[in-house]
Write a protein that binds this ligand. Structure first.
Ligand SMILES: [Zn+2]
Length: 381
């Protein structure tokens, strides 16, 4: 059976481990980080005649490649993250891509190596035919799943040479996504005074303090849940991790929690901090401070009539794919590019229902359709 280039590329990419350790230290070195995949892409893109280079430190490598044409209609940056989530508990061999019944199985097959395979195959085809009509900056960015260091490295390399718009590949089942929430992670720390548990009044219990903070956050979550965005619904706040104490017979000095805050457009780090401070004060929570508050991904909200949306719709229309812009429940690197002043959309083959799963797969037909989309997008045809 002869496979189309997009599927052959996808098979090659899935076979190259690029696991994001997600701040864990038990992921084996031979499957961790993005450097192997980034290097493979650099060589492949150079083979197509592109100016391709690696950016970033150590194993946390991203790739940036440029294809330019005289009289270009505009410059699009296609960003397809290189990292995958870890492979613990997978029920298939994560790095031995298998094709069965019209699907390709393996870690990253859906999220989002199929998006990269479609973009690269399309670019190869358009360059071979000499029909490139817009400048393309093809980016494979590291660390999308955790800290987003890749986008920061790529933006630093681009400097002031920013593209007109960005398309981030993620599994959207070939729908054009123009809005999603952002993510902030907040860590609160409680500092008490430790003593023997037989005389607890001699100390100040940090776990009791953090427990009061949990209740304050729960109530804050209900309050912000009354806000409503016309497309994205409500912002959320959820306490996901908690810890503290040393032993049952010691009144604890330290305790902490980590909370996940999903952001609406316009909600930034300062907004989240102010809101938290207000909630802790209203509930008279003592001994608790905001240790960190990091916006991992800003929200995305691109107007439905933005040029980025219209040119994607032109390509979708020629393939008889749905034109209606939609939203995603997950966050993407398009939010970070938007924050840097580059409007963007999210589009790609595969379903988020298969991303990160024990039997991750992508439908081959969707990868081929996505490739046709990119051909039309790059050639304006
Ligand atoms: Zn993804």
């Amino acid at each position: 059976m002869s496979l189309p280039p997009c599927i052959r590329f996808l098979r090659d990419y899935v076979a190259i481990p690029s696991v994001n350790p997600m701040r864990r230290d038990d992921v084996p070195a031979e499957i961790a980080y993005e450097r192997r995949y980034a290097t493979h892409l650099r060589e492949q893109l150079r083979g197509l005649g592109l100016d391709a280079e690696l950016v970033g430190e150590g194993e946390r490598t991203s790739v940036v490649a440029q294809a330019s044409v005289r009289g270009a209609r505009d410059t699009v940056l296609v960003a397809s993250h290189l990292d995958t989530v870890p492979v613990d508990g997978m029920e298939i061999d994560p790095f031995d891509p298998r094709i069965e019944e019209g699907r390709l199985y393996g870690r990253g097959s859906c999220d989002t190596k199929s998006g990269m395979a479609a973009a690269v195959a399309a670019l190869a085809s358009v360059l071979e035919r000499g029909t490139l009509a817009r400048n393309v900056v093809l980016v494979g960015e590291a660390d999308e799943e955790c800290g987003s260091v890749g986008v920061r490295d790529v933006l630093a390399r681009l400097g002031t040479r920013l593209p007109d718009w960005v398309l981030a590949t993620e599994p959207t089942e070939l729908h054009i996504v123009t809005a999603h929430k952002g993510i902030a992670l907040v860590r609160l720390a409680a500092h008490g005074v430790s003593c023997h548990s037989s005389e607890p009044r001699n100390g100040r219990n940090a776990i009791t303090a953090i427990a009061r903070a949990v209740l304050a956050l729960d109530s804050l979550g209900n309050e912000i849940g009354t806000r409503q965005h016309p497309k994205l619904g409500r912002p959320t706040l959820s306490v996901g991790l908690i810890g503290g104490g040393q032993a049952a017979n010691i009144v604890p000095r330290e305790a902490w929690l980590v909370s996940d805050r999903r952001l609406l457009p316009g909600e930034d780090e300062q907004h989240v901090r102010d809101e938290l401070r207000g909630a802790l004060a209203r509930h008279e929570v003592a001994d608790v401070t905001i240790e960190s508050c990091v916006v991992e991904k800003p929200a995305l909200e691109t107007p439905d009539d933005a040029p980025a949306v219209r040119v994607c719709q032109e390509a979708l229309a020629r393939l008889s794919l749905p034109l209606e812009p939609t939203t995603a429940a997950f966050s993407t690197d398009a939010g970070l590019f938007a924050q840097a002043g580059v409007p963007g959309v999210v589009f790609g083959p595969g379903s988020i229902a298969q991303a990160h799963t024990a039997r991750e797969f992508v439908e081959l037909a969707q990868v081929e359709r996505a490739t046709e989309f990119f051909v039309r997008l790059f050639a304006c045809s």
